[in-house]
Design a protein around this ligand. Structure first.
Ligand code: G3H
Length: 525
């Protein structure tokens, strides 16, 4: 197996430490081995990358105790700290994080099979996200560095933290999406417990020390283990104020349901989706095909924003299918570091079998695989199957496949995809391909009310991260973007006083004394 020297796995990572209350605590109990689905030998075998602690309920509750103590009912050092001091901690963290790029990128490739350019992009995008968050937070702080006066009441209004956040990220963006929750939660003054996803765990280990030495004790707690063993008891305890989760609604619902006071629990959720593409009669087919290729196959379709069903107008479906299938077959499969590898090994060992089930079900119900390589299975991959015609009784129509199978449906009346979208449990994004504005205009007006982002002649995607990322129905709760996430993890809170000479003199003294970290009219540049 020809693996470039710098990407070879030389030492396995036997992770023994987890971060609680500012301490890297040693775990001597049971561990889980971490395997990559990528083989490093000619004869296929998964590669052992290392192991992670299987913490128990006791350690989980200790991490919660630490986060609760650090928040200290809003009186802790972190939630009362000056904005500029919290920003300094975050800057200290990101500076150290940048030094771990090579290690994290290498583990992204091995643990989840993401190709090199996308792994590098995930890292760099996350670093940018942190800097952008800092800048946005400064702007938010500047915007609130004032007093307002209405109906005889002076007010100094800011956004304050919510409390303790349990943060759970997905395996497909184990760094970026997790940090897109954790970073805004922290900077707003919340304290957090963070448990990595089932894959993409070891890549967080190089960052533990940076977390430890950048934030006060108990502000960030990082634990490892099975969700059921560690996340459940934390939620059951009732002291979590915010559940921040990117993953499946089943997990979100299960965790929400064990919290004893669900009325208190804030939810920030990015959930499943089944984003459709709609290719109209007058669409530029070259463009539509290229965007649909990117939308359906990048990272093997393992993106919540992936295009998961293609609706193509019956007048162009034959041509679309022919050219689309050829392009799918031309995609290069390879290990993540290989030049030009667009398709890469699947991290979930059971994924090829699941995709095969979807294929078999579709074939039984009248669908066909229309590309030559579709469904060809190897030890860690199943080649994307383009399936046509797809009907509503097929599992691939209903289920979020999150992998390499591409269902195509032809339509004659635009009401067909619109009705399907209205009936669907999902409502994240859509891609709309066409050019006649008289056709597009009413469609856009409807689609914006069915999903939260209409991509015109473009595939669906989350970025740029300054744009709102959210969804309707089962697809999301709350909005994430650099700006919106700061709002999602905070609440407006303010000092108010009746406008009279007595109070105003005190307010003036408060500002002059600069003794309050909350009441401040200073500008952070
Ligand atoms: O898995 C869902 C991600 O938010 C998708 O983000 O569109 O940047 O790949 P992306």
């Amino acid at each position: 197996m020809n693996i470039p020297e710098k990407y070879q796995i030389k030492d396995i990572i036997a992770q023994k430490f987890y971060l609680v209350n500012g301490e890297l605590r040693q775990w001597n109990g049971e561990s889980s081995q971490v395997f990559s689905s990528i083989s490093s030998t000619e004869t296929y075998q998964p590669t052992l990358l290392g192991s992670i602690p299987n913490l128990g309920e006791k350690e989980a509750i200790e991490s919660l105790d630490a986060a609760v103590a650090a928040y200290d009912r809003g009186q802790g050092l972190w939630p009362t700290m000056k904005v500029e001091d919290r920003i300094s901690c975050m800057k200290k963290f990101v500076e150290q994080m940048k030094t771990k790029r090579a290690a994290v990128v290498k583990l992204l490739m091995w643990e989840i099979g993401k190709n090199l350019p996308d792994s590098e992009k995930e890292f760099d995008r996350t670093v940018d996200y942190i800097y952008d968050t800092i800048e946005d937070y400064k702007q938010m702080d500047r915007d609130s560095a004032k007093f307002e006066k209405h109906s005889g009441v002076n007010a100094h209004i800011r956004r304050g933290p919510l409390g303790v956040v349990l943060c759970l990220g997905p395996y497909n963006y184990p760094l970026n999406e997790t940090f897109a929750l954790l970073i805004p939660a922290l900077i707003m003054g919340n304290t957090a417990i963070f448990k990595p996803a089932k894959f993409g765990v070891l890549l967080l280990c190089p960052l533990l020390e940076a977390f430890q030495n950048s934030f006060p004790k108990g502000v960030v707690n990082i634990i490892f283990g099975r969700g059921r063993t560690v996340a459940n008891p934390i939620m059951k305890d009732g002291r979590v104020d915010v559940l921040a989760l990117i993953g499946h609604s089943n997990s979100a619902n299960a965790l929400q349901s064990v919290h004893p006071k669900s009325n208190r629990l804030r939810m920030v959720l990015g959930l499943e989706a089944k984003n459709p593409a709609i290719v109209l009669e007058d669409a530029d087919l070259d463009l539509a095909i290229d965007e649909c290729i990117a939308g359906t196959t990048s990272f093997n379709g393992q993106r919540c924003t992936a295009l998961k069903v293609l609706y193509v107008h019956e007048s162009v479906v034959e041509e679309f299918n022919k050219r689309f299938s050829q392009k799918v077959d031309a995609l290069k499969f390879g290990n993540p570091w290989e030049d030009g590898a667009q398709l890469t090994p699947l991290p979930e060992p059971n994924k090829p079998a699941y995709i095969q089930e979807l294929i078999d079900d579709a074939l039984e119900k009248g669908g066909k695989i229309i590309n030559q390589k579709g469904g060809v299975t190897t030890d860690n991959y199943i080649f994307p199957a383009v399936v046509y015609p797809v009907t509503k009784n097929m599992r691939v129509y209903e289920e979020e496949q999150f992998g390499p199978i591409i269902p195509i449906i032809s339509f004659s009346d635009i009401e067909e995809p619109l009705d399907d979208m209205a009936a669907s449990n999902y409502g994240q994004q859509v891609s709309l391909f066409g050019k006649d504005v008289q056709t597009l205009a009413p469609l856009i007006d409807t689609l914006v009310n069915l999903v939260c982002r209409v991509n015109l002649n473009s595939s669906c995607q989350r970025g740029p991260d300054v744009y709102p990322f959210t969804g309707r129905k089962d697809s999301a709760v709350g909005t994430l973007s650099v700006h919106d996430a700061l709002r999602s993890f905070s609440i407006r809170t303010f000092l108010a006083s009746k406008d009279n000479a007595y109070n105003n003199a005190i307010l003036k003294n408060l500002m002059d004394a600069k003794a309050s970290n909350f009441v401040s009219t200073d500008y952070l540049l």
